[in-house]
Design a protein around this ligand. Sequence first.
Ligand SMILES: Nc1nc2c(ncn2[C@@H]2O[C@H](COP(=O)(O)OP(=O)(O)OP(=O)(O)O)[C@@H](O)[C@H]2O)c(=O)[nH]1
Ligand SMILES: [Mg+2]
Ligand SMILES: [Zn+2]
Ligand SMILES: [Zn+2]
Length: 343
Amino acid sequence: MCPYCGRTFGGGELLLGCAGCGDDATRFPAAGLRRDRCPHGRLPQARRSCPGCLRDLPREYVDNGGRTIVVIGSTSAGKSTWVAAVIRQFAKGEVAERFSGMSLDLLGEDSRLRYREEFERPLLSGTAPVHPTVMPARDARTEPLLLSVRPRSRARPVVIALYDTTGEDFSAEHIAAHLGVASGILLLVDPTRLPGVRRVLALGQPRTEPGPRFELFCAALREKLGPHRFTTPLAIALAKLDTVWDMFEDRSPMRLPSPHSGDYVEADGLDVHYEVSSWLGHWFSPEFVRDVAESFPVHRYFGFSAHGRAPAVLPDRSSYRIEDPLLWFMARFGAIKTLRGRQ
Ligand SMILES: Nc1nc2c(ncn2[C@@H]2O[C@H](COP(=O)(O)OP(=O)(O)OP(=O)(O)O)[C@@H](O)[C@H]2O)c(=O)[nH]1
Ligand SMILES: [Mg+2]
Ligand SMILES: [Zn+2]
Ligand SMILES: [Zn+2]
């Protein structure tokens, strides 16, 4: 499937281009190769592009096939910041310290440029973004960041197309177009929008809550995919954990550093899952937790902060448990091992 236009093609349909054929240069389907040569008998260019939208597809994406992860949530839930922070976490080498040889690369010039311009600079530069929405809606739908995550050095990479939707997209049916093929969905919830948290922090009631949007989202999915339950793994994460840091007890798993190292530690994953789901039931609504369980048999709750444990203290804005959902997806994809039982 093309990560840009969403259409599906066979390998033989991907377009190749002539190299050094001058005025005769043309683009032709890979199936048209004759002994690895173009119609003029010369070696073609290495790059392959989509016959639907004509965009170049990175070689690793073509060779390995891609997994699609869609990041959704209300406006300003912290979606773009999560994407930026998780990539930075790899770049800083903090994941490789725990998973020897694990690495993440942005694939292709488009993804690298976009990461720098739209994620790294506005979200991690240490200055608050001028506009909360960093990405135009048009881009969110068609422009994934293509990542290649190598679980160990020289291991076969997992190629991930990461779609960072904007809040407005959350309920729209065009999201469902992606969700039908998604290998994973990450739903972010901003705790400062939840009625229970707002009462405790005396913030007044929010204009929008994530609940009605989640129902619309499920309705859009049903319309697209039929009335069945969705086998796609759903990760629901309480973002901006620093804003509710004081509400967790000392013994809470939300006080422990992420223990996943070498393997995905199932016991910790479950501890966090039960902690976050019970808080969400309490702060938000038990129906939300029930609806998630009913629609998505494979789901797990997470909590993280892109701004570290304390409320954002500049300049050190190291993050907390930011990579946990990605590690869970990697474990579900079979790319890293899951450690079961207590340590
Ligand atoms: N305190 C705190 N603030 C955060 C955290 N993550 C993001 N924010 C802030 O939340 C605001 C929204 O973040 P974005 O990442 O732009 O949110 P978004 O979900 O991409 O929003 P849209 O694209 O508009 O739908 C920004 O002001 C961020 O600085 C966090 O972990 N802690
Ligand atoms: Mg965004
Ligand atoms: Zn395409
Ligand atoms: Zn040629």
